[in-house]
Write a new protein. Sequence first.
Length: 225
Amino acid sequence: MKITYFGHASIGIQVGDINILVDPFISANPKASHINIGELKADYILLTHAHQDHILDVEVIAKRTNAIVVSNYEIVSYFEKLGIEGHPMNHGGQWDFEFGNVKYVNAIHSSSFPDGSYGGQPGGFVIEGEHKNIYIAGDTALTMDMQLIPLYIKLDLAILPIGDNFTMGIDDAILASNFVKCDKILGYHYDTFGYIEIDHEVAKRKFFDVGKDLMLLEIGKSIEL
Ligand code: NI
Ligand code: MN
C-alpha cells in the first residue's frame, strides 16, 4: 500500500493497481500548486465530510476519471445529481471493494456543503488493503469512539488531523493514537491556513517523547506500508 500526501487533508492511496483519492482539496491550496489535478489517477474518491476543504476538486476529478465517490448517503446523493457514480455508506457500516475493505467510522465535527446545505454526518475511514490497515480520522475531535477501532483491527498507520482549531491538535492526536493503538502516525490538516499552522519540530518531538513516530510528508511525497 502506497500513501501519498497531496496537502491539507488530501491523501492518495494505491493498493495494487487501484488508486484511491481521499478528500481532494488541491487546486485552491497554494502549498500544493505543484500538484496537477488533471494528472491524478482515481478509481475511487473517499470523502469524510462535505466541507469545501475536502470536496473542492471532486467534481472535476471524478468527471475525468469516472471515479466512484464513497461517502455518507447525503454526500453521495449530492454528487449523483452531478452525474457522478457513488457508493453510499453510513456510520459503522463496511463494504468489500475490489481493493479491500472500507469501514465508515465516527467523527466529531460538522458537515455542510459550501452552499450551507446538509452534508450528512462527518466520518472517518478504516481501510484494509493488501494486508495493511490504515485509519483516516477525517476532521474530528478526540473521541472515545476511537477506542472501538483496535477492538476489531490492528492498524499499521493512523492518519490524524493535528492542526488544532477546527480539529484535534497535537496533544489530543497523541491521545487518539493511544486510543487506536497505533504508534505510526501521518499528520494532516495543518499549515494550510493561518488558523492551523503548527511548529513541525515541536509536534514531532511531542510524539517522539512518548515513543511514537509522527510523519509530516512534503506535499507530493509518498510512503510505502
Ligand atoms: Ni471540516
Ligand atoms: Mn477541514
